[in-house]
Design a protein around this ligand. Structure first.
Ligand SMILES: [Zn+2]
Ligand SMILES: [Zn+2]
Length: 266
């Protein structure tokens, strides 16, 4: 597993990482490709700060770095867009304004609330909050067309009071199948996001049973990312990934270059 397709730098509101430090960490860990995917979460404001960045500055910086590191690593320019049902047109314009290599569509807000904060779970069971999140995810992927893979599909389970206790693929099979089917039919994929392991869950996102189901339904596009916000987390637990994916029926993983999937043998 020699590429990490999901990581953040100081262009994201929740990271202070120097972009060079992220790339140098990847080089030290022997990767041959990385994609930087900073947060563009339109209409998400926390403590007066927008979850957006200056895309012109971003490209200027990362283009220079592509030159600087060209003999050592292939650096790709991506973005993680925060899906919300009213943002279809906004992201269509946003994504087409610059030649991104890769666009992750992630759900960070469910009816304007972030599951990261406990109030999202207040007054109900974790399972109900998960159900609502999956239903909203399905609405989001129908409303926003311009992304390549759905990020961290079951990330909400990281923040539930009892995490995985009220979560299994079987419990939410109907809605998860709808999400997976829609993605497959529209030429999009999912990602394996190893941050689940970093947060103490017994699985990376999504759960192995979801990965197996996706593969069983004919899903082929699957990228792998650490979602690192610090240099030391680049390629987090990647040594576990090939075996995990093989056990779910995958023989290839995917990277994106110029928004086109490139399949690599595991
Ligand atoms: Zn995310
Ligand atoms: Zn991320």
């Amino acid at each position: 597993m020699l590429s990490d397709c999901h990581m953040h730098t100081e262009f994201s509101l929740d990271s202070e990482a120097n972009p060079e430090a992220m790339v140098e960490s990847a080089i030290r860990k022997g990767l041959d490709a990385v994609c930087i995917t900073d947060h563009e979460d339109k209409d998400y404001i926390s403590q007066g700060n927008q979850w957006t960045f200056d895309v012109a500055q971003y490209f200027t910086k990362l283009r220079k770095m592509q030159e600087k590191y060209r003999d050592k690593i292939s650096l790709r320019i991506g973005v993680e867009i925060g899906l919300q049902p009213h943002l279809g047109e906004y992201y269509q314009n946003y994504v087409s304004q610059k030649p991104f290599d890769f666009v992750i569509g992630s759900v960070h807000l469910i009816k304007a609330k972030d599951p990261y904060y406990q109030e999202f779970f207040e007054g109900r069971r974790d399972g109900d909050a998960y159900e609502e999140t999956f239903a909203e995810t399905y609405e989001n992927i129908k409303a926003v067309e311009d992304f390549d893979v759905l990020g961290h599909l079951d990330y909400v389970t990281r923040y539930g009071r009892h995490q995985a206790e009220e979560y299994s693929y079987a419990r939410f099979a109907d809605i998860i199948d709808q999400i997976l089917r829609y993605l497959i039919e529209h030429g999009k994929g999912i990602e394996l996001n190893t941050a689940g392991l970093k947060y103490g869950l017994p699985y990376a996102h999504p759960h192995m049973d979801v990965l197996k189901r996706y593969r069983g339904m004919g899903g082929e596009i699957l990228t792998v990312g650490s979602d690192a916000h610090k240099p030391e987390h680049v390629a987090y637990d990647f040594q576990k990934v090939p075996e995990l994916l093989e056990s779910c029926g995958f023989r290839y993983y995917t990277e994106f270059v110029g928004r086109k999937p490139v399949f690599k043998k595991l």
